[in-house]
Design a protein around this ligand. Structure first.
Ligand code: ADP
Length: 602
């Protein structure tokens, strides 16, 4: 814009000069009127007219060029502020006005947007005096208004502002886009009269048409931008809330957090959450002032599943699949609530409801798990005593302690003994699992030699190994330190892994136990139990260590088992602070690795 400079007062000067000349010639002609003198005068006049024409063409060209350049710039910018500044600066330059402003209609009110003077500087608010009656006339008539001296213009005789501010040259053109008046461009010169010419009117009209389009575009762009920014902010907030709420599974905590988020999102002064209860509504935080009338409204909100909205307060139902879970009660802060806050908090409530419901389900699950664990523990205890006596008596019978048995009796007693043993293991495992889940299983770590625990475990699995003709290799590092472990539980871990290795490896297979100690990682001892058995495929490996998991592999299914051993083993290892993992492939054997803390005190 700064590159285009024209001197629009040229024509004015020429006109002044002409007027003075006409006056001088008229006086001269009265005294001396010879044809030669007349001819000379006429030639001078013609020359002057020619000059004036050239000048006005030049000026028109310059105006057109400037107009073109400004229009080009208008079309390239979508920045609202930049666009209106460009518009005003251009108009000031085009008309040679002292200053100009853009007055826009917003919510049916006239708002002064940008005020600039001829040097491109914005000027102060106090200095902002313009004639409202001229602006209104331009808007009403939908065409530019021009006055060369407002002080004596009969159209503005009643206008206080015109007199109060000493307004003289004023040019005001409406900005109309698609039949809607966006506002006006208003330029003025307070000191000079007759500054603007009808030519300026035409230029300004052409210009304002373009400016109106540019402004409308910038305005749409700004509105879209604003809406987009708001949406992004909203989404970010929702995302943060969802992350925050989903990370919690405590019902009360989720409730408290969700109301905190609702307060934050709506910039409410305070708020609380109400839960439906047989006595009515139970409010979560008593600090918010809630009247009995509010409680009644909240009940209505819950019944109707519709929010109750006022600029001072929002009561909103928290719905999940058409079931009301509670109500948000929000009190407006300094800013009253609008439809925007209602919309936002509704969306927020939808998301919060999911987290609230999840927390509720989780708590119900915990409670039912607790009940289940208690039941399992009770039943296992009750079963243990009869199982022990069945096991013991059948063993005595088997050994002939109650007299010689026939071959068939021997066969029956063996079956009783075998099955009683299976049930004993199941009951023991169930008891362990229920203790682990209820957090009642405690370990007592002491310095324990791995070899001792291994010896104890071997006693239990020896029979199985022998019957399956399986070889057990033990490879322990010589410098192996003692472990810091509960000896019985360590033995249990080894029994589980060794008996699995034996169970899931065909007759004649090989089982190896290894333990290594790495002095650069002195806190733990690494143990591994390897077999040459059926192996575990990738899909099954993902499900290992979960309760009741047993492979679908028929070779494995034909061996009896509870599917609890590995879940217990993993828990026992982790209770010691160790880790357990597996390496296996189908038909390629399996290795279970686990770590156990070394007794560093020695
Ligand atoms: P159970 O042996 O009583 O079935 P576990 O929890 O000890 O229960 O083991 C769960 C499942 O993991 C087994 O049923 C089997 O499918 C698989 N599994 C465990 N150890 C091995 C192993 N050494 N080789 C192959 N599969 C195994």
């Amino acid at each position: 814009m700064g590159t285009v400079q024209i001197n629009l007062s040229q024509t004015q000067e020429t006109l002044g000069y002409l007027r003075r000349e006409i006056h001088a010639r008229r006086t001269a002609l009265r005294n001396d009127t010879t044809p030669a003198a007349l001819e000379k005068e006429l030639a001078t006049w013609e020359k002057m007219i020619q000059e004036l024409q050239t000048e006005s063409i030049l000026e028109k060209n310059t105006r057109m060029r400037l107009l073109y350049e400004v229009s080009q710039e208008l079309n390239t910018s979508l920045d609202w502020e930049e666009t209106i500044q460009t518009v005003i600066d251009a108009v000031i330059q085009l008309t040679g006005a002292e200053r100009g402003m853009l007055v826009l209609k917003e919510d049916d009110e006239l708002q002064t947007k940008i005020i600039r003077n001829a040097t491109g500087e914005p000027f102060s608010e106090e200095d902002l005096n313009f004639s409202k009656s001229i602006v209104q006339r331009a808007l009403a008539e939908k065409r530019p208004v021009l006055t060369s001296n407002a002080q004596i213009d009969p159209r503005f005789q009643g206008s206080e502002s015109v007199f109060a501010f000493g307004l003289r040259s004023i040019l005001c053109a409406p900005l109309i886009y698609r039949n809607t008046e966006l506002g006006v461009i208003y330029v003025e010169n307070r000191a000079q009269t007759g500054l603007f010419s009808p030519d300026d009117l035409a230029v300004l009209a052409t210009f304002t048409n373009r400016a109106a389009v540019a402004l409308a575009n910038a305005r749409t762009h700004q509105a879209t931008n604003r809406a987009l920014t708001r949406r992004v902010e909203e989404l970010t907030l929702l995302q943060e809330m969802v992350r925050d709420l989903n990370g919690r599974l405590n019902f009360n905590r989720v409730m408290e957090r969700s109301i905190t988020w609702a307060i934050k999102a709506t910039q409410a002064a305070n708020g609380t959450l109400g839960l439906p209860s047989p006595e009515g509504i139970q409010w979560l935080s008593p600090s918010t002032q809630i009247t009995p009338a509010d409680t009644e409204t909240a009940q209505k909100v819950l019944r109707r599943r519709q929010p109750d909205f006022s600029p001072e307060r929002i009561i909103l139902p928290l719905m999940r699949e058409n079931r009301p879970l509670g109500v948000f009660y929000l009190v407006a802060g300094e800013e009253p609530f609008t439809a925007k806050e209602l919309e936002l908090v509704t969306r927020l409530a939808d998301n919060a409801a999911i987290a609230v419901e999840n927390a509720r389900l989780y708590e119900a699950l915990l409670q039912s798990n607790q009940a289940k664990s208690e039941f399992v523990s009770l039943v296992s205890h009750e079963l243990r005593t009869p199982m022990t006596s069945i096991h013991g008596y059948s063993e005595m019978l088997q050994k002939g302690m109650a007299g010689e048995l026939t071959a068939q009796q021997q066969q029956f007693v063996e079956a009783i003994h075998r099955n009683a043993n299976r049930m004993r293991i199941l009951v023991k495992d169930l008891l362990d699992i229920s203790r682990i889940e209820s957090g009642h299983l405690k370990i007592q770590p002491v310095a324990t030699e791995l070899s001792a625990a291994l010896e104890a475990a071997y006693q239990t699995v020896e029979e199985m190994l022998t019957s399956k003709k399986q070889n057990l290799n033990v490879e322990l590092d010589e410098n192996l330190p003692a472990l810091l472990a509960d000896p019985d539980r360590l033995t249990q871990v080894l029994i589980n892994l060794l008996s699995n290795a034996a169970k899931y490896t065909p007759t004649g297979g090989k089982i190896t136990v290894q333990a290594r100690f790495e002095p650069d990682k002195p806190s733990f001892v690494h143990c591994a139990v390897t077999d040459t058995g059926y192996g575990i495929n990738q899909v099954d490996q993902r499900k290992l260590f979960t309760k009741f998991f047993r492979s679908e592999n028929p070779a494995i299914r034909q061996v009896t088992g509870t599917g609890l051993g590995l879940a217990i083993t993993k828990n026992l290892v982790e209770l010691h602070g160790g880790e357990i993992w597996v390496q296996s492939a189908e038909d390629m054997g399996t290795t279970f690795f686990f770590t156990m803390p070394a007794d560093c005190r020695r």
